[in-house]
Design a protein around this ligand. Structure first.
Ligand code: NAD
Length: 371
């Protein structure tokens, strides 16, 4: 089938959905790959690399495409260039893209959303939420270390000892665990907190101390957290305050699926931090774990510099694209049969990821929200 790789149009997006190294995997499955010139440029992948790997360079790849792969969903103008029955594979944040989903339905596009791929063992190789969270978590630790005007590691020198930085990480999912592991590798002393009971062991397994606030845990479904009520949130803030006041660097990564990010740290808690301290809020663009953080900005609150995350995987576009592309290629491989891409609606991975197909919204919560 003809697979199009488009240049991303979202402002600030630097990733690309397919990297040259993976073109042969698709051609070996019997597909033709057409890349829009410049698609990989911001991620460091020149057009020639795609051509050398066996892809064609196509100025207008959408009208002739049978499958379109992208990081972000196509904008509405580009969507209308697609033919009926085209398969799109991209991130597609359905709850905030209802108009777009209605267009995809009306254009009879089969839209697969990478964030809806079920997080089951069999689909781990297609789990783009995890691959991009891994990049974000690493980046958060590096940003914290870069902003902090002191060492992360202990230094024992002839002139005397320099104490290691104290890092606190809130939220120990995929991104948080990677932030912990990276901070540890840089030599910091790390403590972390998560509302899920299982997280304590995971925190310890990457070398940090699990903070025990003596509060009830909040397990939701599918290994995710549940939302806090106001009382639980207030008690958590009170209990966390001394840990945050003692931190040189605070990294927050907490999220609850389908909800605004939980507010874990008030401006007053940041104001109680030491001079020179640093706050890195990965959740800034989904509402913020830290009051006052702004996506894409470094602000001063009290004595602290507060950094707000904004499309953080795009800050490491090469590896983020490579990992995302592997997820996409693995999903396409699952659906490929003798040179065709044929979604199998008996497969729970396909069913989970499918938002629209044959003029219908297949994703039940989105269908209810639209109708
Ligand atoms: P996420 O991005 O939804 O949330 C990040 C973290 O924030 C979670 O660990 C969550 O518990 C935590 N959090 C939420 N509210 C909080 C609060 N008030 N205070 C502190 N922390 C809070 O989660 P994620 O990183 O996508 O993954 C979460 C879970 O899913 C983990 O258990 C992970 O192991 C699991 N997972 C499973 C698979 C798989 O089986 N294929 C893949 C990826 C993740």
């Amino acid at each position: 089938m003809r697979i199009a790789v488009v240049r991303e149009t979202r402002p600030g997006e630097t990733r690309v959905a397919l990297v040259p190294d993976l073109v042969p995997k698709l051609t070996a499955l019997g597909h033709e790959v057409g890349v829009e010139p410049g698609a990989g440029e911001a991620a460091g992948f020149a057009d020639e690399l795609y051509a050398e790997a066996g892809a064609g360079l196509v100025d207008q790849p959408l009208p002739g495409a049978e499958v379109v792969v992208s990081v972000n969903p196509l904008d509405r103008d580009r969507l209308h260039q697609l033919r009926e029955g085209t398969i799109t594979v991209s991130f597609l944040p359905v709850s905030t893209s209802l108009d777009l989903v209605a267009d995809l339905r009306d254009l009879r596009v089969t839209a697969l959303a990478m964030e809806l791929v079920p997080r089951i063992s069999r689909a781990q190789s297609m789990d783009a939420l995890s691959s991009q969270a891994l990049v974000s978590g690493y980046r958060c630790a590096i940003v914290a270390a870069g902003l902090l005007r002191r060492f992360f590691p202990l230094n024992m020198t002839a002139a005397g000892t320099v104490q290691p930085a104290q890092v606190v990480v809130l939220g120990a999912g995929v991104a948080g665990l990677q932030a912990i592991a990276t901070s540890k590798r840089l030599g910091a002393v790390v403590q972390a907190y998560d509302v899920r009971a299982a997280a304590a062991e995971e925190i310890r397994s990457v070398g940090a101390k699990a903070i025990d606030l003596q509060l009830e845990t909040l397990e939701g479904t599918g290994g995710y957290a549940r939302e806090m009520d106001e009382d639980r949130a207030a008690r958590q803030k009170d209990a966390l305050a001394p840990y945050i006041a003692g931190a040189d660097a605070l990294i927050t990564t907490a999220a609850v699926p389908g909800r605004r990010a939980p507010l874990l740290v008030t401006a007053a808690m940041v104001e109680a931090m030491k001079p020179g301290s640093v706050v890195v809020d990965l959740a800034s663009e989904s509402g913020g774990n830290v009051e006052g953080s702004v996506p894409g900005k470094v602000l001063r609150i009290g004595h602290a510099q507060v950094w707000g995350g904004d499309n953080v995987p795009s800050q490491m576009p090469g590896p983020a694209s490579s990992l995302y592309a592997q997820n996409v290629v693995n999903l396409l491989a699952l659906m490929s049969h003798e040179g065709d891409v044929v979604p199998d609606f008996d497969d729970e991975v396909v069913v989970g990821a499918c938002v629209t197909h044959a003029g219908e919204v297949r994703h039940a919560p989105t269908r209810e929200a639209i109708e």
